[in-house]
Design a protein around this ligand. Structure first.
Ligand SMILES: O=C(O)c1cccc(C(=O)CC[C@H]2O[C@@H](n3cnc4c(=O)[nH]cnc43)[C@H](O)[C@@H]2O)c1
Length: 207
């Protein structure tokens, strides 16, 4: 499978955890555009049966505390739209394209079961949430959201254009809410990412 991460530290964690020969890891950079471009390039260069957007994320309380592992049952572009006098409208509501991809439900269930991961919507944002108000707005617009990160929707868009299923697997480094850099636990999240890739049910994800 092709695993798309944002930064080298995430690639190293995935490669430490994954059994030899199970994954091809590419480091895309931060954000949905870099993720989409890198995924499209990698899929054009060679076939992969599954693409996984992986890395650290912000977790929505109480579903996803620091150190938790989450798997997306929906990969949602949460800030792709227009701010109108009546509030935010996403591009699907405006009649352009899509704002969500649905990973294969059986694979999501198998990952959740094998890793003890929480399944739910994972939001892709281009701006990291840094206030309680923004976190509350996202929760109101996306009930049940478990995490936000910056690449999943880009990976899923590129995978869809190649007809390849996509998953998003994240481990939580910080809470979604008021900005507090001192509270990030990147090492803890990278350790959880390594353990997740050590325990993934690789064979059953491809059936
Ligand atoms: O400056 C900040 O306040 C800040 C807070 C959290 C994350 C960042 C990043 O620039 C990291 C972006 C990188 O990590 C993923 N990530 C991790 N936590 C979050 C988050 O709470 N919201 C969105 N993305 C997050 C993301 O996928 C990027 O790859 C800065």
């Amino acid at each position: 499978m092709l695993v798309v991460v944002a930064v080298d530290a995430e690639a190293e964690a995935v490669l430490r955890g994954a059994p030899a020969g199970r994954v091809t890891v590419v480091t895309a950079g931060v954000g949905p555009a870099a993720a989409a471009a890198t995924t499209a390039f990698a899929l054009a260069a060679g076939p992969h049966p599954l693409v996984v957007s992986a890395g650290i994320a912000g977790g929505f309380a109480p579903a996803a505390p620091i150190g938790a592992t989450v798997v997306a049952d929906r990969i949602v572009a949460a800030d792709l739209g227009a701010q109108t006098p009546d509030g935010f409208q996403d591009v699907a509501a405006l009649g352009f394209g899509t704002v969500a991809h649905t990973p294969p439900p059986t694979a999501v269930a198998r990952v959740a079961q094998a890793l003890g991961a929480t399944a739910g919507p994972v939001l892709t944002v281009s701006t990291v949430t840094g206030s309680a108000e923004r976190a509350a707005e996202l929760t109101r617009r996306h009930p049940g959201a478990v995490a936000e990160a910056m690449e999943g929707f880009g990976v899923a868009e590129a995978a869809a254009r190649h007809g390849v299923p996509a998953l998003e697997l994240r481990t939580v480094s910080n809470a979604v809410g008021p900005r507090d850099r001192a509270a990030w636990r990147i090492g803890e999240a990278l350790g959880a990412l390594e353990r997740a890739f050590a325990r993934l049910p690789y064979d059953s994800l491809l059936t």
